[in-house]
Design a protein around this ligand. Structure first.
Ligand SMILES: NC(=O)c1ccc[n+]([C@@H]2O[C@H](COP(=O)([O-])OP(=O)(O)OC[C@H]3O[C@@H](n4cnc5c(N)ncnc54)[C@H](OP(=O)(O)O)[C@@H]3O)[C@@H](O)[C@H]2O)c1
Length: 347
């Protein structure tokens, strides 16, 4: 530790989430960015790969390095594509005191679901269990050495649905419709920009890998199991996720009960904000209120026994890098909000 700062490595730092971890940590008061890895971009200057970072004075000194040069660090952020971490975990586990993994590799427990959705991971069982951690829902600070952060669309869905099931207000059939921006697919995304531009289309109507994650997490956090229809769509924006959930309330549940459940679930949580009494369209969660920030917005509308919930967040921040830094802050004894933006970048 230099100058009482913790040392941090970003593994897969030349990608979108890795770049966002760097951007947010450059001005974090308690962190030294000690090591940044890349594969094809090893040896290249950080400012050349992430031009949006090049004007920070510290960035002129930073280069991506191959993973086998990793030195001892306090925390490693895993920002590798799904399936790439397991084979590289031994070296990371040897050199990092704690690992915060943003990729999906070790989120699921059911071997069949792992085989189906993360086949490369299934060949490499983890060295130790990874704790699945959502700061606002897991309760307490995780003690595990290895922590897996949630998927971006999964966590937006969890924020939108959690209070309904924590308070047993809804019946167990839920429909969720998630819309996501193009950075959700990473820097290596295969869709040509000209085909995404001006379009709005289906991404996956059935079988998305975040479906078992939502089932598992909601069961862990609330004890509820449900019949979930989860579908995803591709938006023509670089960043942002907006998720709409449709649930039928149990007999006798009043709108006030639902409102209280949402207020209670996120009271004193700086990064999940419930929109009070939304009426006009702009009162509801929207991308322009969250993109650029570590905030997830949540709102509900209840009528005739139906609850429609809406949640929005920035997939690269509250859905990835910011969530991981919030977790780092909690496990390292920093202020939970250190280095994390609360306001959006707009218009
Ligand atoms: N994007 C999101 O919104 C989001 C949200 C939540 C979680 N996640 C998860 O976070 C992880 C990283 O996502 P991302 O969007 O940052 O991906 P990305 O933009 O594709 O970046 C991947 C990074 O890993 C390196 N890399 C590429 N292929 C590799 C390989 N075979 N072995 C080792 N390293 C390799 C790349 O290095 P080179 O540039 O040198 O090739 C790059 O640094 C993914 O697992 C993703 O599912 C993403």
């Amino acid at each position: 530790m230099a100058d009482n700062k913790i040392t941090v490595a970003v593994i897969g730092a030349s990608g979108y989430t890795g770049g966002e971890v760097i951007r947010l940590l450059l001005d974090h008061p308690g962190v030294e960015l000690a090591f940044l890895s890349a594969e094809r971009n090893a040896g290249v200057a950080v400012g050349a790969v992430h031009p949006w970072l090049r004007n920070h004075p510290a960035v002129a000194q930073l280069k991506f390095r191959p993973l086998d040069e990793l030195e001892d660090v306090d925390i490693a952020f895993g920002c590798l594509p799904t399936g790439a971490l397991p084979a590289r975990l031994p070296i990371i586990a040897e050199r990092a005191k704690r690992v915060l993994n943003l990729a999906g590799d070790f989120r699921l427990r059911d071997p069949q679901e792992i085989e189906r959705h993360y086949p490369k991971t299934a060949q490499h069982p983890p060295l130790e269990d990874f704790a699945y951690f959502v700061p606002e829902l897991s309760g307490g600070v995780p003690e595990s050495r290895f922590i897996n952060l949630p998927g971006c669309m999964a966590v937006a869905t969890l924020y939108g649905l959690y209070p309904l099931f924590a308070e047993n207000l809804a019946v167990d059939r839920v429909i969720v419709d998630a819309k996501t921006g193009s950075t959700g697919g990473g820097r290596g995304g295969s869709e040509p920009p000209a085909e995404r531009s001006g379009n709005f289309r289906v991404h996956k109507l059935h079988g998305h890998r975040h479906t078992p994650e939502i089932h598992q997490a909601l069961a862990d956090f609330t004890g509820a199991s449900m019949d979930l229809q989860f579908s995803t769509h591709s938006l023509d924006v670089p960043r942002g996720i907006l998720v709409t959930g449709y649930a039928r309330l149990r007999d006798g549940v009043r709108p006030l009960d639902v409102k209280r459940a949402y207020a209670k679930a996120y009271v004193n949580r700086p990064f999940v904000r419930v929109r009070p009494a939304p009426k006009a369209p702009q009162d509801f969660p929207m991308l322009k209120a969250v993109v650029g920030s570590n905030v997830a917005e949540v709102a509900i509308s209840v009528r005739d026994g139906e609850c429609v919930s809406v949640a929005a967040l920035d997939n690269l921040i509250k859905g990835a890098a910011g969530q991981a830094i919030q977790t780092m802050n909690l496990i390292s004894g920093f202020d939970e909000a250190a280095g994390l933006p609360r306001t959006a970048v707009s218009p």
